[in-house]
Ligand binder design. Structure first.
Ligand code: NCD
Ligand code: ZN
Length: 350
């Protein structure tokens, strides 16, 4: 019997870490094989804070693509307390920068140049609202007095609600949401507020951090939450609501940076991203809604054309390698040494 097949419009990844240099060259192929475009995170060291830097980074990404790949990186700027208001007009006028990323200082990998006090960037946010440039939010407070599992919820109450009241027309994406609270906030918000959902937050709950021992490769920011939250995310992703779209947050780290006394946050999922999303949607009995989540809601929010070519998956399991090369080291991907239920069909018949 032939395996079930699923053919959809080629998707985009609306939240991706591509790194730079040799690491970029190691990982870009996985994304370019599946996605037409990706919103590329600016948390390099040093961060990408100006349009000129974003254009240089874009050229390095293009140069590392496999020959003939039509993949398009969509660049972002890293918001700092010294971002110049004029940079926003420059970004809007450029044809390469599509959004500005807010990291609370200290929230995650390479976020030390982030914002400590939101009021210090109000003038920049005003310019973004005026120029209609989306703000992408890492939505967690960094207050050490707040329990790590509550940091997204508290961010929404303390910062997002006031931000929305102050800048009602600003387009905002609450990135990599992890809680029912975020789902409730975003689904009740107007159409200029949206959220991305990662595949690891759809498939894993916080038990995956401690399955038989501590699992550093399942540690990410925001941290995995309890099952009720995972279920709420799956419900949102598969609901057909255009507020929610695909953003992998695939974030490769060398093995030695994860398997150490103070390991880095981030899961590498680019090698099997769409296949894993298909598993999640299948689990919810809603494979029919994968296409809208993966290929329509994102471009509609960013006001970009939907892709026209197609991609096919088939329900043939394959085994994920134990590791992939990452610059001079290796990276352990999600599902390392285990199987993924769906596989990519190399040439999609359209
Ligand atoms: C990201 C990284 O490694 O750059 N890590 C992560 O756990 N998601 C940063 C981020 O998006 O928070
Ligand atoms: Zn990220």
């Amino acid at each position: 019997m032939k395996s079930p097949r699923l053919e959809i419009t080629r998707p985009d990844d609306w939240h991706l870490h591509l790194r730079d240099g040799d690491a970029l060259a190691s990982v870009i192929g996985h994304t370019a094989q599946r996605f037409a475009r990706a919103i590329v995170m600016p948390n390099l060291k040093p961060p990408v804070t100006t349009v000129a830097q974003a254009e240089d980074y874009r050229r390095r990404i293009m140069a590392s693509l496999p020959a003939g790949s039509p993949f398009q990186p969509l660049m972002t700027l890293y918001l700092t307390e010294s971002t110049a208001v004029e940079e926003i007009a420059r970004a809007k006028a450029s044809d390469g920068v599509f959004a500005v990323k807010y990291y609370p200082a200290g929230a995650t990998t390479h976020s030390d140049s982030g914002v400590r006090e939101l009021s210090r960037v109000y003038r920049v946010l005003e310019a973004m609202e005026k120029h209609d440039l989306p703000l992408l939010l890492h939505g967690e407070v960094t207050d050490p007095d707040i329990d790590i599992f509550d940091r997204e919820q508290v961010f929404i109450e303390r910062h997002l609600v006031p931000l929305q009241a102050r800048f009602p027309a600003l387009r905002m994406v609450l990135e990599h949401i992890t809680t029912r609270d975020a789902v409730d906030f975003v689904s009740g918000a107007p159409a200029n507020v949206a959220a991305t959902i990662t595949v690891h937050h759809l498939l894993l709950n916080r038990n995956a951090l401690f399955a038989g021992g501590i699992r550093p490769h399942n540690y990410c920011a925001p941290i995995l939450k309890r099952e009720a939250h995972r279920a709420a995310l799956l419900q949102a992703a598969t609901s057909g609501d255009p507020h929610f779209f695909l953003g992998t947050d695939s974030a490769p780290h060398p093995r030695e940076a994860k398997e150490t006394a103070c390991g880095c946050a981030g899961l590498y999922t680019a090698h099997a991203a769409l296949e894993l999303y298909a598993e999640a949607f299948e689990q919810a009995g809603r494979l029919d809604r994968l296409e809208a989540f993966a290929s329509f809601h994102g471009p509609d929010f960013y006001r970009l054309p939907r892709n026209t070519d197609r991609i096919a998956l088939e329900r043939t399991p394959w085994n994920v390698p134990e590791e992939y090369p990452l610059a001079g080291s290796t990276c352990q991907p999600m599902r390392a040494g285990e199987s993924v239920a769906w596989s990519l069909v190399e040439t999609a018949a359209s």
